[in-house]
Design a protein around this ligand. Sequence first.
Ligand SMILES: *Cc1c(COP(=O)(O)O)cnc(C)c1O
Length: 380
Amino acid sequence: MPLCNLRIDLEAIRRNAARLAELVAPTSLAVVVKANAYGHGLVPVAQALAGRVARFCVYELGEALALRDAGVTDPILVLGPVRREDLDAAHAADLAVTVWDLDFARRAAVTLRRRRTPLAIHAEVDTGVARLGFRPEQAPAAIAALRETPELMLEGCFTHLASSEDLDEGFTSLQHRRFTEAVDGVLPTGAIRHMAASAAAMMWPETRLDMVRVGIALYGVWPSHESRLFLQSRAIHSLHDGDPTAGLLEPAITWTTPIVALREIDNGEPVGYGCTWRAAHPTRIATLPLGYAEGLDRGLSNRGSVLVGGRRCPIVGRICMDMCMVDVTEVPDAHVGQQATLLGRDGAEEITADDLAAWCGTIAYEVLARLPLHLPRSYS
Ligand SMILES: *Cc1c(COP(=O)(O)O)cnc(C)c1O
């Protein structure tokens, strides 16, 4: 087991869910728990929210079955592909699956022929991501065919937005129009229409329809810098007092690891493979027992920082497979066993998923989704 810990604050996730539900009401809130609940832990997060949200969205069947095994009885939608041979398992677990292909629907109907109840499905329409979904012009006929298939029950219909986190709403409006034109008047009564993920749910109320599918915001992270600025500016226009985005989303994860060794090095001495960093003065180096095998992106070499004793300490030298080194010269009482914080708060300082992402040239989504499964997680 790696000597590090991910501490997940389930109460913060619950508060985020409650505030997001309030923000989008009367639209219902579905939460996205794919990629191990964006690194936070699929089963604990879902158990913390069970009964409090309209639905869970997962990417693959295995994630949905893990939730059922853990006793989660809420509605679950599988967003990604399900193999035909797994449809029985999906049906037995009372899941809804996404359909974007009539051949698949026909073969599913054959597989499910002798079941007493139909399999719930959501039809996906591709309005501009070019990923999954019926083309808008094919959607009315496809939906009609799905409605005529007794083995399938069309519970919902959705699309996914390509650039809703941008300040320019042009493409979002176009996708919204394509979707509503494709599905209006062809869905069965009671079918749920949904399109907004976190950014659109917060920024573009007209995209909320019957349900929103919120992922990143549930975990206390803004979908983009622009999305936060947008909500701040809107509040200023409406003369709302205070910043409405402050406290709306609380990060829920803290990643710590103990210092396992300390040394003093002289002016000019190198640190790490390739001697890519050299001390400019006598320096105290702390060794941390985690590296890229534990999910610390090697791109953080000589770029990132960690918190020790409430201070920012730079990562120096190349990150190794299972270890890395940090400069703790500015923390006179740094000692072996002291916890260093890679993600989260220590005293007045905080390292966010956005900070880590900016340092290694990616987005917070990837930082969270790639937190390895094998890291120990504890929950409060
Ligand atoms: C991942 C995903 C979401 C959630 O997106 P966020 O930006 O994290 O809120 C919603 N819908 C679909 C189809 C997705 O793949």
